[in-house]
Write a protein that binds this ligand. Structure first.
Ligand code: FAD
Ligand code: FES
Length: 506
């Protein structure tokens, strides 16, 4: 069977888009927004609409983070989110979440139309599906929670998936789009007229004051207000790291005979299978795990492809990609002031893999709050949700174990010579540990495996060829550059253990 697998999402394979420079002479703005994903760009666009001079500061390129690497469904029916929120925070909060999610969906549709963004936006039905009887109770609970939250859902036993289902909830009129084109459209609307988008500019330190100072890799910027929209908040003055867990998942796109199902479906079990169509292709995402889990290998993609082949006639697998998102212990996004006493620094994060509607609704909430609004009591990051505390305790116990446990383990390879092409392992010399990766040409790349965030030991992710942190999900490439925060500093490069030189390719 011909296979033309590309590494990377179909969204980022779209090479268009303006390239923005780093900061020039203008260095003071009304608002600095850190991060050019859906959250940062929506916030910046809405603030500019209200008359603010805004700068968006992006470490890499517009939409290069989670926003460019997802399934791209914008929906208020989100697997089993409403029943989860209802069980931890009660019916009223679940209803408020559903209402804001719907507003997020409609904001995306209205903004795309207003700005004339060509982003393949289409209305589609969203479904949460019981793939078998073991998932039926969860789907029934989601149906009840959605009805209680006044979402106009329907119950069905018929879907357009190529396998029978035990039951499903469906919500009509939701949205699929090309998320990178949408984000680029927002960036274009922000840039100019006294506002700016800065790419390849990483924020590395923040000092709250009047104005707020942000140190970046391209010098200092100041703002009357700052929004931290870096996905995982990059500084932890609000205790975010203890309250959110990073989870990674994998996606494939494949051309299938007879065309893909057009609904946006997701199964309710764990692991879940999430589907949408992209012209004659089907996109399938799943195989979640805690970020930084040990022993992740390219087999994750194989499992997704095997599932597709079981249910479709696959002509070619065209793309493979992966991403992660932060899951708050009480399932609800955190949107508001950065700390309980902050008056100029704000944050939005924690969308549990539903941030296209979540980041849009967060942008709308923040635009109100920065203009003097009271902030949302439902989404305030400073809430305490007593019924979520057992999850919180479990997450933090795992982090403590990862922090200490890995230090007691022996190295994974006696010497760098044992490491095969494409493999990364930890080599121990004395008390010290070095992460060594051998590239396909045989070159060795060696880095410290101490995470520059809070010092947990990194693990090699064989599916992505990166060093990933089990504590809060920071990721680094094989030469130590930051791929994902909350870390902001690169790993120290090391000599290859047993040699006098730094890694072969340096
Ligand atoms: C497999 C998968 C599938 C998903 N599918 C869906 C879906 O179908 N529908 C849905 O609604 N959601 C989905 N999501 C979730 C969604 O993609 C995210 O919740 C959303 O994109 C988060 O947007 P964001 O703007 O907060 O973060 P990001 O898009 O990650 O943007 C943050 C930006 O900040 C930048 N940055 C980081 N650190 C710094 C720094 N120090 N200085 C400056 N910039 C910095 C990053 O480079 C990045 O561009 C999915 C997630 C995953 C993992
Ligand atoms: S991400 Fe927090 S210690 Fe690594």
């Amino acid at each position: 069977m011909p296979t033309t697998t590309e590494t990377g999402s179909p969204w980022l394979a779209d090479r268009g888009g303006v390239r923005y420079t780093g900061p020039t002479t203008e260095r003071h703005f009304d608002v600095l927004v850190l991060g050019a994903g859906i959250t940062g760009l929506t916030t910046a666009y809405l603030l500019k609409e209200r008359g603010a001079r805004v700068a968006v500061v992006e470490a890499d390129r517009v939409a290069s983070g989670a926003t460019g690497n997802n399934t791209a469904k914008v929906t208020a029916l989100q697997a089993t989110m409403l029943s989860r929120i209802r069980s931890v925070r009660g019916e009223e909060t679940a209803a408020a979440y559903a209402e804001h999610s719907l507003r997020g969906v409609e904001l995306v549709a209205a903004t795309a139309e207003e700005l004339g963004i060509d982003c393949d936006l289409r209305r589609r039905e969203a479904c949460t599906v019981a793939a078998d009887r073991s998932e039926l109770r969860s789907v029934e609970q989601e149906f009840e929670a959605a009805r209680a939250a006044a979402l106009p859902v329907e119950w069905t036993e018929e879907t357009d998936l190529p396998f029978p289902v035990a039951g499903a909830v469906r919500l009509a009129g939701q949205v699929e789009l090309h998320p990178v084109r949408y984000a680029r459209g927002l960036a274009a609307a922000v840039h100019g007229g006294g506002s700016a988008v800065f790419e390849r500019t990483r924020a590395v330190a923040l000092a709250e004051g009047n104005p707020v100072r942000v140190e970046t890799t391209r010098g200092t910027l100041t703002g009357e207000q700052v929004v931290v929209a870096t996905h995982y908040p990059v500084w932890d003055r609000g205790g975010y790291f203890a309250r959110m867990e990073a989870k990674r998942a994998y996606c494939v796109a494949a051309r299938v005979r007879g065309g893909p199902p057009r609904s946006m479906s997701i199964t309710a079990g764990s692991p879940s299978w999430s589907f949408r169509s992209l012209s004659d292709q089907v996109i399938l995402c799943g195989q979640d795990h805690a970020a930084g889990e040990r022993g992740v290998d390219p087999g994750r993609y194989g499992l997704l492809e095997e599932f597709l082949r079981r249910h479709f006639t696959v002509e070619a697998v065209t793309h493979r990609w992966s991403a992660q998102d932060a899951l708050p212990y009480d399932h609800t996004p955190m949107v508001g002031t950065y700390t309980p006493v902050s008056s100029r620094v704000f944050v939005a994060a924690g969308y549990s893999k539903w941030g296209l509607s979540g980041g849009s609704m967060a942008g709308a909430l923040l635009a109100e709050q920065l203009a003097g609004g009271p902030g949302s009591p439902v989404f305030t990051p400073h809430r305490v949700s007593p019924r979520g505390l057992p999850t919180l305790a479990r997450t933090n116990a795992k982090v403590a174990l990862d922090l200490v446990g890995d230090r007691l383990r022996p190295g994974e390879a006696g010497s760098a010579a044992e490491i095969r092409a494409g493999e990364g392992r930890i080599v121990r010399s004395g008390t010290d540990r070095t992460g060594v990766y051998r590239d396909p040409d045989g070159g060795l790349h060696a880095v410290s495996v101490r995470c520059t965030h809070l010092g947990c030991l990194l693990r090699f992710n064989g599916a992505e060829r990166s060093w990933d942190c089990p504590c809060h999900g920071s990721r680094f490439d094989v030469d130590g550059a930051v791929l994902e925060g909350p870390a902001v500093r690169p790993l120290e490069r090391r000599p290859v253990p047993g040699t006098r030189t730094t890694a072969d390719r340096h």
